[in-house]
Design a protein around this ligand. Sequence first.
Ligand code: NI
Length: 161
Amino acid sequence: MRVLPISHYPNDSVLRQKAKKVPTIDSSIQRLIDDMIKTMQRSNGVGLAAPQVGISLRVIVLQMPEQEPFALINPEIIKRAGEQQVTEGCLSVPGYCGEIKRSAEVEVKGKDRRGKIVKIKATGLLAEAFEHEIDHLNGILYIDHIENPENLHNVQSNEAD
Ligand code: NI
């Protein structure tokens, strides 16, 4: 497993492209998933989408606190309900966080890493992460959902210069 370089807004145009569907889940996709999981974990992220590592394919990985990581291929949101106010950041938009609205509940359909069709119902952080990562596959960033510029904040870094 390799840690992959992360694409950054606004320099990497791949973040604004609509990613392509994965036609076949072969060993190259398995390897991509493993590398994406390692990259997400190294950055302490809860999710990562393939365009964030420069690959314009519909693959996402997620990991909720205290849980196992998992991948979803060609994911689609098939139901949304309710609303939640959240504060989000993104590994591709370093140094910022912002307050936006997400669905409180979603149902997502896709394929797992073995190619099995799965449906997942999610609420709270997992629902938010699914919407955030699936947005990436459509070239959308969380900052696009910010209604008022006052809701985008600089994150103070504790690291020395
Ligand atoms: Ni992101």
